[in-house]
Design a protein around this ligand. Structure first.
Ligand code: UTP
Length: 293
């Protein structure tokens, strides 16, 4: 039986330029969908997948994520004194007790591949997950996307597993695109990955989205990966090198992805979550009708 991943890396050192000016001071991952920041959804998914070590790759300006998961002494004692136990539980419940956080710095935003490589000293040579918090993937009460992927990796002898989703042809140049041979309803064996191909040369419209389960070997491959598309060190290029050595699977997860790295995606996620909330569903529907009339 292959080893199950226990560590999950959150690359959160990007500049978040699509949300400027807010991201001058608010980390993109702290933008809320209703009352919870994006990073909370991402962490919950990692914990659901069995993670006990969360590795945040941040830049030197982002302290909010560490603060968010830290103890808030003054707030907690005020809530306790005033008997606001529900709120206290909410504030204390951002992270289960058995889970630890490790913060590493990416000195310069040299790309997603470089950000993942910064986690090497913490992860070592074992399978690990990567979650990009701006892809919020919601599967209601069902298993989260990362759990589905980790289960598949264990069943497939530790194969790398990458989340994919069909996108419109004209969008291929925004994603890593795979060419893959189907193995089952949701899984396929990747033959080729290409970073941001133009629609007319893209091998398919199956796009890589923000979830990965990878073997520790990827770090060595990243160490020799040269800057690729956009002058950045691309995780996709290291995955291409990994393909020459072992099986990597593309996995069409169960759940809905909201691309909260852009404004429309954040609006959609907020509306979808409001419609899941018993207290908000009717007023939200009423408001949408009002807007559309
Ligand atoms: P994006 O491509 O969304 O870039 O990065 P960004 O800087 O976050 O946002 P925009 O495009 O300027 O609005 C994808 C993920 O990779 C991380 C980001 O934090 C995000 O989670 N990343 C990217 C890094 O951690 N370091 C990098 O050098 C680049």
């Amino acid at each position: 039986m292959s080893k199950r991943m226990r560590k999950v890396v959150f690359p959160v050192a990007g500049l978040g330029t699509r949300f400027l000016p807010a991201t001058k001071v608010v980390a993109k991952e702290m933008l809320p969908v209703l009352d919870r920041p994006l990073i909370q959804y991402a962490v919950d998914e990692a914990v659901d997948a069995g993670a006990d070590t969360l590795v945040f790759v941040t830049n030197r300006y982002k302290h909010a994520i560490a603060d968010y998961f830290d103890k808030a002494y003054e707030l907690e004692s005020k809530l306790a004194q005033s008997g606001k136990n529900d709120l206290l539980a909410m504030v204390q419940g951002t992270l289960p007790k058995h889970v630890r956080c490790v913060f590493v710095t990416q000195p310069e935003a040299l790309g997603l591949g470089h950000a993942v490589l910064c986690a090497k000293p913490v992860v070592g040579d074992e399978p690990f997950g990567v979650v990009l918090p701006d892809d919020l993937i919601w599967n209601g009460r069902g298993a989260g996307a990362l759990r589905q992927m980790s289960d598949l990796s264990v069943r497939e002898n530790g194969a790398g597993v990458i989340a994919v989703e069909e996108v419109a042809r004209e969008q291929t140049d925004k994603y890593g695109i795979v060419d893959a041979s189907p193995l089952s309803e949701r899984a396929a064996k990747i033959n080729l990955v290409v970073e941001k191909p133009k629609p007319d040369v893209a091998p398919s419209n199956l796009a890589i989205v923000g979830r990965y389960v990878l073997p520790g070997r990827i770090f060595e491959l990243l160490e020799t990966t040269k800057p690729g598309a956009g002058g950045e060190i691309q995780l996709t290029d290291a995955i291409e090198a990994l393909l020459a050595e072992r099986s990597v699977l593309a996995y069409r997860f169960e759940g809905t992805r909201f691309d909260c790295g852009n404004k429309l995606g954040l609006v959609k996620a907020t509306l979808a979550m409001a419609l899941e909330d018993p207290a908000l569903v009717e007023p939200t529907k009423g408001f949408i009708r009002e807007l559309c009339d």
